[in-house]
Ligand binder design. Structure first.
Ligand code: SF4
Length: 350
C-alpha cells in the first residue's frame, strides 16, 4: 500500500515517519501526579501494545511525576501542555520524550524560544496540535469559519514559528470531531508539507460511535497513504483505544501481528451455536502470538470455500463440524469438541 514518505523524527526510542511502523498512541486519564495509578494504567497500555503515551501536565507536581513514572515503564511519554511554558520546561527537565504544545498559546516569542532550545538540547520532538474548536479568530475570519483552510493555515503559523527558530522535529495533528473535515484537513496538510502527521478524530464519542467514526476517518486517511501515528479517542478505557488502533492498522495490512479471526454472520443454514463459539474463541485465542488467520464459519458449503485464504478454520454442520486448513478438510468433529480441536491444531502450527 502507498505511504507518503514523511520526515523521520524521534519520540524517545520510537522513530516516527518515513517507512517506520505507524505508532499507536493513547493518553492516560489518571491524575498524572498519582504516580501509582499512572504507572498501573501505562503498564496496561503497554500490555495492549501501545507505542507512545501522552499525559496531561497541569502543574509542577505532574511534571515532577514524569521522572518516577519513567523508571517503571518502557514506552515514551509525551507531555501535553496547554499554556504554561514553565510546565514544558519542567517536563523536559524530568525526562519527558516529547511535547504536545501550540506555540501560539505559549505567549511571548522568548518563551517559545526557551522551550525550543531545551528540546534541541535533549533531542525532543514537538507535536503541534490544532483542533477544530480552537482555531484562532483571525483564521476563522480570513477563511470564513471552521474548514480545512482555517485548520491547516492555523497549524502552518505554528510550524513557521518553530521553523524560524531552526526547529524541525515536528509532527502535526489536525483533529476534528467532524470526520469529513478531519479528512480534508489532513489531506491538505499532507500536500503542503512533509512533516509526519498524527491522526485522530477528536471527541469521537462513546465506544461504539467512537470506534466507527475513528475507523472511517483514520482508516480513510491511512488507506490513502497519510498518517504516521494514530490515536483513537474514546470515552472510556484507554486500553480500548489501543486495541482499536491496532485493529485498524491490521485491517489495512499496515500491521501484521497476532491472530486474525474471520467469522460468518450466520444465517438459516447455521446449525451450530456459532456466535458462542466465536466469542469463546476470541477469549481463548487472545494470547496466541502467531500471525495466522482463523475462520469460523457456519456451514460446510460456504465454509472452507469462502474462507480458503484462512490458515485454519471451522465449518459447522448439523451438531458437528469440520476443521479445515487452507480450504482442505483435516477432520470431522462433534460440535462440543470443535473449539478444543481447533486450538489443538493451532498449537501445532509454526
Ligand atoms: Fe450462512 Fe454458511 Fe454463509 Fe455462515 S457461511 S452465513 S452459515 S451461508
Amino acid at each position: 500500500m502507498y505511504r507518503k514518505n514523511t520526515k523521520v523524527i524521534k519520540v524517545g526510542n520510537k522513530l516516527i515517519g518515513g517507512d517506520n511502523p505507524i505508532a499507536v498512541q493513547s493518553m492516560t486519564n489518571t491524575l498524572t501526579k498519582d504516580i501509582d495509578a499512572s504507572i498501573k494504567q501505562i503498564k496496561e497500555l503497554e500490555k495492549a501494545r501501545c507505542d507512545i503515551v501522552r499525559m496531561a501536565i497541569t502543574d509542577i507536581e505532574d511534571a515532577k511525576a514524569i521522572q518516577e513514572i519513567k523508571k517503571h515503564i518502557s514506552i515514551p511519554i509525551i507531555a501535553d501542555i496547554q499554556y504554561d511554558y514553565r510546565l514544558a520546561l519542567e517536563s523536559i527537565k524530568y525526562g519527558v520524550d516529547g511535547l504536545r504544545i501550540n506555540p501560539g498559546n505559549i505567549g511571548r516569542f522568548s518563551k517559545v524560544e526557551e522551550i525550543v532550545n531545551a528540546c534541541k538540547e535533549k533531542e525532543i520532538s514537538i507535536r503541534i496540535g490544532v483542533n477544530s474548536g480552537s482555531i484562532k479568530k483571525e483564521f476563522l475570519d480570513k477563511y470564513d469559519g471552521v474548514n480545512e483552510c482555517s485548520m491547516v493555515y492555523s497549524a502552518m503559523e505554528q510550524i513557521n514559528l518553530l521553523e524560524e527558530l531552526g526547529f524541525y522535529d515536528i509532527k502535526i495533528s489536525l483533529k476534528a470531531s467532524n470526520v469529513p473535515l478531519a479528512i480534508k484537513s489532513y489531506s491538505k496538510m499532507s500536500e503542503l508539507c512533509d512533516y509526519p502527521l498524527h491522526l485522530g478524530i477528536t471527541e469521537a464519542g462513546p465506544s461504539f460511535r467512537g470506534i466507527v467514526k475513528s475507523s472511517v476517518g483514520i482508516g480513510h486517511l491511512l488507506a490513502t497513504g497519510i498518517g504516521d501515528t494514530i490515536r483513537i479517542s474514546l470515552t472510556g478505557d484507554p486500553v480500548d483505544e489501543v486495541k482499536t488502533g491496532r485493529e485498524i492498522l491490521k485491517s489495512l495490512g499496515l500491521l501484521e501481528e497476532g491472530l486474525e479471526i474471520i467469522s460468518c454472520p450466520t444465517c438459516a443454514r447455521t446449525k451450530i451455536d456459532l456466535i458462542n463459539i466465536v466469542n469463546e474463541a476470541e477469549d481463548r485465542l487472545k494470547n496466541i502470538d502467531k500471525h495466522i488467520k482463523v475462520a469460523i464459519m457456519g456451514c460446510p458449503v460456504n465454509g472452507p470455500g469462502e474462507a480458503k485464504e484462512a490458515d485454519i478454520g471451522i465449518a459447522g454442520g448439523n451438531g458437528r463440524g469440520l476443521i479445515f486448513r487452507k480450504g482442505q478438510i483435516v477432520k470431522r468433529v462433534e460440535e462440543e469438541n470443535l473449539l478444543d480441536e481447533l486450538i489443538k491444531e493451532i498449537d501445532k502450527m509454526d
